[in-house]
Write a protein that binds this ligand. Structure first.
Ligand code: HEC
Ligand code: HEC
Ligand code: HEC
Ligand code: HEC
Length: 443
């Protein structure tokens, strides 16, 4: 028995080593995206250029987090040392496999800037182990490109080998699941999808992020009626985020007198995502529900959410407290007090999963995440109910009272974005959806 386990471990190790040993492959083993996209796959190239995939190394927030926080932290703390190379296992896989650690800054225009390029994905033969995560790809660049169909037209540039895994969400999981050095699942988009309804129905990641259309996949190639567009549109695409959650708000009574209590119920239905909302970089994202009433004279009343009373709920309601003190490690400020935790109105409901550092403080550093709080995100096709109890003020104007529930989204918590100098596009408020109802205030 013991011998068998040892044998399995050895196989596992050698598999990982066989493909992630740094420096075996060279940059020249991979074609540039311009090579693929200048005369043949011109349209796919333009689509990919507009997706985050092509900016995974160069995008400003990625540059700031890697060079300002992750690299200095990795150099100081043995426990997280692996991320100095590891971040780019997903963000710039070629730089990673050739052993360029850390790669030059994006401003140096090195080949690391190619990020998740055509030849990264189309050189992936499979992944090691049972679960795709932490860039466990088996990378085989060369004359043969892997794809999901053999083209009817022979390409002058390469051979094609059909790789069935490219048609499945498991392929995406190679980079869209991440385990931290503390063995916590800090990114689990693929696992969330596998647990949810879409996987059971055979709906793949590709069906929503690489939709099928009648399209030419290469300029001299065939038109297919089910060509896979390379949109990879996600949280950075407002059109993708808008309407993800449908909202309805209703009161428990239609007519109220000043001084009386009226309870509003909000139903939030996740109609669009194949995983939880938010997913991916959950440590950065914030989604919150804001409810406001306006009386006939235009006076505005903010309604705080009713507490449900479960343990850990304090992280799920807007509060004026400090967090993210562990940024002080990389910034050489061991007594760093942190920054405001949420940057949203106090009392609003937050849909998130808090990440905690080894000292139990909230963190946006996924590599320094030792545990989690309550996962209060909205699952695929899940409906969450929130209530707002409002004691109508004695001095309110009689007449119509309009009550609006708005769900907002931010890629990166604003106080963190401001503190680190991340461009405001990352902390812009995107309105996911809203709905209004009315009650009548009697004389
Ligand atoms: C080799 C690693 C890798 C593979 C394989 C991969 N991705 Fe990604 N993907 C990334 C990285 C890294 C980013 C993040 C870019 C950024 O924001 O820095 C990303 C970003 C995205 C985004 C944009 C998210 C946003 O915030 O806008 C979508 C959508 C996406 N990937 C979908 C997919 C799908 C679908 C698949 C499978 C067909 C897939 N990815 C396979 C690495 C990968
Ligand atoms: C994140 C990984 C990823 C990147 C980056 C990527 N592809 Fe793909 N590509 C795929 C997957 C997955 C499929 C197959 C999807 C399916 O059939 O479900 C595919 C399919 C294709 C196809 C065949 C489409 C069809 O419908 O027959 C072509 C051609 C192609 N890719 C070219 C490119 C080019 C050119 C680039 C760079 C501009 C690129 N790919 C970048 C993952 C990627
Ligand atoms: C039923 C459609 C659907 C399926 C299936 C689906 N997604 Fe998404 N995905 C969406 C929508 C809509 C959004 C935009 C809202 C959001 O950010 O969550 C999104 C967002 C994303 C984002 C950005 C998330 C963020 O908050 O930064 C990533 C990354 C992503 N998807 C990857 C995947 C991967 C990988 C799979 C498969 C394991 C997958 N998606 C399956 C619909 C889908
Ligand atoms: C297992 C693959 C993987 C590893 C390892 C990884 N990332 Fe990512 N990272 C991703 C994917 C996929 C996304 C996109 C998820 C999304 O859009 O929500 C992402 C998103 C991000 C973003 C958010 C950009 C934005 O606004 O959406 C930053 C910043 C980032 N990663 C930095 C890092 C740093 C720094 C490290 C190393 C400590 C790291 N990543 C390690 C896969 C990875």
């Amino acid at each position: 028995m013991k011998g068998k386990i040892l044998f399995l471990i050895v196989i596992q190790f050698s598999l990982i080593n066989a493909q992630t040993k740094l420096g075996v492959l060279k940059y020249d083993d991979f074609k540039t995206p311009e090579f693929c996209g200048t005369s043949c796959h011109t349209e796919f190239h333009q689509q990919w250029k507009q997706a985050m995939m092509s900016q995974a190394y160069t995008h400003e927030w990625d540059e700031i987090e890697y060079f300002k926080l992750a690299v200095p932290h990795a150099e100081k703390d043995e426990k997280v040392a692996e991320v100095k190379a590891g971040c780019n296992g997903c963000h710039s896989p070629i730089a990673y496999v050739v052993g360029d650690v850390p790669p030059p800054l994006p401003s140096k225009n090195s080949r690391a800037n190619e990020s998740v390029s055509c030849d990264v994905c189309h050189s992936i033969a499979g992944f090691s182990g049972d679960t795709p995560y932490n860039f466990n790809y088996i990378m085989k660049p060369g004359k043969t490109k892997y794809s999901s169909r053999k083209s009817g037209v022979q390409s002058p540039a390469h051979e094609i080998e059909v790789n069935p895994i490219m048609k499945t969400g498991d392929f995406c999981g190679i980079c869209h699941n991440e385990k931290s050095p503390f063995d916590t699942w800090v990114k689990s988009t693929h696992l969330e999808w596998k647990d949810g309804p879409y996987y059971k129905e055979g709906v793949q990641c590709q069906d929503c992020h690489m939709p099928k259309a009648e399209f030419k996949t290469a300029s001299m190639g065939n038109t297919y009626n089910d060509a896979r567009l390379h949109l990879f549109h996600g949280a950075h695409d407002e059109g993708k985020v808008k309407g993800v959650i449908e909202i309805r708000i209703n009161p428990d009574i239609k007519e109220v007198e000043p001084g009386e209590v009226v309870k509003f119920t909000v139903a939030l239905f996740n109609q669009k995502t194949g995983h939880k909302f938010p997913t991916g970089s959950v440590e950065d994202r914030i989604v919150w529900l804001h409810v406001e009433a306006i009386d006939e004279k235009g006076n505005v009343y903010h309604l705080p959410v009713d507490k449900k009373g479960f343990q850990g709920e304090e992280y799920l309601i807007g509060e004026d407290v400090l967090a993210y003190q562990d940024m002080g490690i990389a910034l050489n400020d061991p007594n760093f007090k942190g920054v405001q935790r949420d940057g949203i109105p106090i009392g609003d409901r937050i849909f998130r999963k808090p990440y905690f550092d080894p000292k139990g403080r909230m963190t946006i550093q996924q590599w320094n995440t030792a545990s989690f709080g309550v996962d209060y995100r909205i699952g695929p096709r899940e409906t969450k109910i929130e209530t707002f109890t409002f004691k109508v003020p004695e001095k309110i104007s009689p007449g119509k009272l309009k009550v609006t529930a708005t769900l907002n989204y931010q890629l990166l918590v604003k106080p963190v974005a401001d503190f680190l100098g991340v461009p405001s596009s990352e902390s812009k408020i995107v309105e996911v959806n809203k709905h209004s109802t009315e009650v009548t205030i009697l004389q």
